[in-house]
Ligand binder design. Sequence first.
Ligand code: PLP
Length: 387
Amino acid sequence: MKALSPRVGRFTESVIRMMTQVCERHGGINLAQGFPDFDPPEVLREAAKRAIDSGYNQYSVTWGSPAFRRAIAAKYSRQWGIELDADRHVTVTCGATEAMIATLMALIEPGDEVIIFEPFYENYGPDTILSGATPKYVPLREPDYTFDRAELRAAFSPRTKAIIVNTPVNPVGRVFRREDLQAIADLATEFDTYVVTDEIYEHIVYRGLRHVPMATLPGMFERTITISGMSKTYSVTGWRIAYAISPESVSPAIRKVHDFLTVGAPAPLQEAGVVAMGLPDSYYEELARMYDEKRATMLGILTEAGFRCHDPEGAYYIMTDIGHFGFKDDTEFALWLAKEVGVAGVPGSSFYSRRDLGATKLRFAFPKKPETMERVAERLMTLRRRI
Ligand code: PLP
């Protein structure tokens, strides 16, 4: 047989989804993958059922139902003060996951480079490689997970086509400040590169901080592709509904790739999305408050169990240090914890290009019901006497 694509050999399978499988095999509690174990709001569930009963069961317009795109544009301008045209700027995709790869495939030519901050959400490296570019990694440095401006500048070159900016950052919860974004914007302008932002946690921000969309910085709309979606904000990770907001010069290319990748996102769920986009501001305030409470609870449980925790500013993960537990590395500890204690996290090395940088870390997701948290607490309390 002829050889398989060498591209695929340049990245590994998803460690997060591998941990989910290990967890299921051992009857563990899954704090590896970032999904809620509670229901989405009833109005959305009702809206989805109504859409199916009202005939929204066939393909919608490939780049998104007109009503949903208009609702996204209206929400975006209400919340972030940018006027969008639903026909020229908004493309609906099958999750932020598809929005990212469709965007990169639309932008990349052979020989291009894409800058990625690390620790990163594990899809960005494979997305970059699959679209034919070379990833260039820039560290977010502890303790605050900020970047060094000189280091970032050094990563830019004439071959840089895009930089991926995820804020709030999965896995460490850093919320980029306006000054951080301005520094990135200045370099993107100087080197004439696109900025692809993943803002899927835009509404999950703590400590009175506020998310700043890159596209709202002066002059940046024209070079920014903003990706966000319904998975995290409305607790519907299985619906696979998201969107890319792009300048008119870029949208047709993203739409073309999207069409040939997936044809379109689920039609009835886009109609339910219209209802989601119309929820009042109080919905988002309550969401952030609920997750802040869960953050505090999980931080308490992990600290009590002996983990050294990084308190996040946003998103719904806690990165911990496990070096003092005495295991060979993060993977050995993660597998042991899932099998012997029944709690699954994600080995920190999967968030770094240089795996040793994450070798003493483990990430836990906390979008979980209070009763799940209690079960996690009971199980983790046994840690101290086991090691
Ligand atoms: N982007 C980030 C930063 C994420 O953490 C996740 C999921 O965990 C995704 C994208 C995936 O989003 P979606 O479910 O819309 O594909």
